[in-house]
Design a protein around this ligand. Structure first.
Ligand SMILES: [Zn+2]
Length: 328
């Protein structure tokens, strides 16, 4: 028997970034009933992307034979600085034209259900903390290594956003003064040293300088359309250049984590995102070892550094948690 359509008992989680939009429909127990995936087409600008987000939500709802009026709320994770109170994306460094976009208002108008907006790192952290770890860790950091580096903080069991609601921009901690240029305009940010974009740029520039890699056989000499999975394939073929660059990125991630241990002493640091999903076997041991090497002696005892099992779903699960919390 289909449930009564007047009963709004489902929530939708949405995660969008520079390449794709994911949406998932969840029960009260965070079981995923249906999902959808669309490319972002970020070059078409905010209005077109907003329409595609709405379409992804409608597709996911349709996928599980539900109707919009059975949805009590939609939680959306956006890749940038977000004004959660007014539901606006203030700035998204990896999406062109995204400055002060009233995403909540536009989506609510199209979809007819309440929409709640959060930064994607915060939303992924919320999903991992609440669903994967059962809300147990009192102090936790979520660190998501993808196109950029997103992160979120749980302090005293609650998401921590700080004075200007922008805390947790770990990707823009400077780890190398005068280092490579970051999307935010600074140099040497964590994100400019260890994100997928940073890894790709480094490989591309070293190939230009004449270094050899099997990636050029696989993808052509200009290495366009490189993906994290290509790095894994190259590593399995014993590629020295990729090995060196991936190892360096893992070391920077370890150093970033050591800084977080020194600053916050979290109980657990959970890693996720496309780079970790694709290269977990190759990177985790180096990350953990480097973090322990650089943390102040004795302060890292018992602190866990683990990969998330939610993979790509952390964002949509977190979106569902946000929507459920906000509509209680
Ligand atoms: Zn930066």
């Amino acid at each position: 028997m289909p449930e009564s359509s007047s009963k709004r008992e489902y929530v939708v989680g949405v995660d969008f970034g520079g390449t794709k939009i994911l949406a998932g429909v969840f029960t009260q127990q965070y079981k995923c009933l249906g999902r959808s995936k669309l490319s972002t087409k970020a070059d078409r600008g905010p209005a077109a992307v907003t329409e595609r987000i709405a379409r992804a939500v409608q597709d996911a709802i349709d996928e599980c034979d539900l109707q919009m009026d059975q949805v009590r709320g939609i939680g959306v994770g956006a890749p940038g600085a977000v004004d959660t109170e007014n539901g606006r994306v203030i700035f998204a460094p990896n999406l062109s034209g995204w400055q002060d976009v009233p995403l909540k208002k536009s989506l609510e108008k199209t979809l007819g259900a309440p929409v709640f907006l959060e930064n994607d790192g915060n939303i992924c952290t919320l999903g991992v903390h609440h669903v994967e770890l059962g809300g147990k860790p009192k102090h936790m950091v979520g660190l998501f290594i993808g196109t950029g580096i997103g992160a979120g903080l749980i302090i005293d069991g609650k998401p921590f956003s700080g004075y200007n609601k922008t805390a947790g921009e770990i990707g823009h901690m400077v780890l190398e003064v005068g280092g490579p240029k970051c999307g935010c305009g600074n140099r040497g940010c964590f994100e400019a040293l260890a994100s997928r974009q940073a890894i790709f740029k480094k490989i591309q520039s070293q190939v230009k300088e004449g270094q050899k890699t099997v990636l050029t056989e696989m993808l052509g000499s200009d290495l366009v359309d490189m993906r994290s999975g290509d790095l894994r394939k190259a590593l399995r073929r014993g590629d020295h250049l990729v090995e060196k660059v991936v190892e360096e990125a893992a070391e920077y991630i370890g150093i970033g984590i050591a800084n977080l241990i020194n600053l916050l002493s979290p109980e657990v640091i959970v890693l996720g995102g496309g780079v970790i999903d694709a290269l977990e076997d190759e990177m985790m041991a180096i990350i953990v070892e480097t973090a322990h090497d650089y943390a102040l002696p004795g302060t890292d005892k018992g602190i866990e550094i683990i990969p998330s099992k939610l993979g790509d779903d952390a964002g949509i699960v977190g979106g569902a948690v946000l929507a459920r919390r906000e509509t209680k």
